[in-house]
Design a protein. Sequence first.
Length: 316
Amino acid sequence: MSTLPVIAAVDGSDDSTRALEWALEEARLREAPLRIVHAVRTATPRGAEPPAGAAAPDSSVIVETCQALTGRPGLPELSFTTLDSTAASILPELGAEAQLLVLGSRGRGGFASLLLGSNGMACARDADSPVVVVPRPGRDVHTDAPEPAPGPRVVLGMSAEFPLTADAPPDPALAFAYREAAIRSARLHVVCAYPWPVVAWAAAGEYLPSAADQEAAEAECRQLVAERVATLKDTYPQVTVEAEVSPGDAAGHLVAAARGADLVVVGRHRPRAFSPVRMLGSVTHAVLLHAPPPVAVVPTAQELAEAAAATGEDAA
């Protein structure tokens, strides 16, 4: 179990207040302390700027947040910090000090019509811990898919491209989703889309995949998902798992499945070979923009291992 805190970023906006409420419950479920931070760059004389991220006197946002929580029963252990820095520069770095970083989809700045702010995008892409982005309420999902069964549910997007063989490296997103389902007494809904059709167009006389080919592709994908999910079944025997395997649009299937869920979990895109640049991936980006419940973006196994080595924490 990690000894690091859950960190919630606040800025006084309605979005950050919703994220804080989610973080309070998450910290309670994890039996973890909650660190509440507000990043704000103060005006200082030229040449006297403090180091980026240095602690600053409590801001009005932190004072008001502390006052609003004072006396509320059942709270986790709380701490409050004002950081002298811009949110965009310091928030992603806080992942190295957290087991989970939580923030709202929008802050005070920018265009109000945007679905995801720059801070949420930067943290989801760059933080060294899982990041949960709590969206604004009222997101509508337009789909012909049937409504998921009611009840507590965590949805996991599993990539059909992930190496699902027995000797594959651990899947941090799967482990995160299992744990979230366990602490919430929720079922785990795994969604995996396999690419189909495999041929976008064909010249006259060229081979076209048949319905039997699609059935074989779906059966193979379903078997691989079942084998991968089974790797953690003994660790979380109390979690009921249901798998949904469908052809085509992975983002569309995942957003549709997210309706009514407590949480959606997606993995961060694996960096390309010889490239240090971190990426979200198109499916993760789409889920952050359109899924109704909070979305957790989980770093790759390599990123988590590097962060754990730097902090002395267990990567699991």
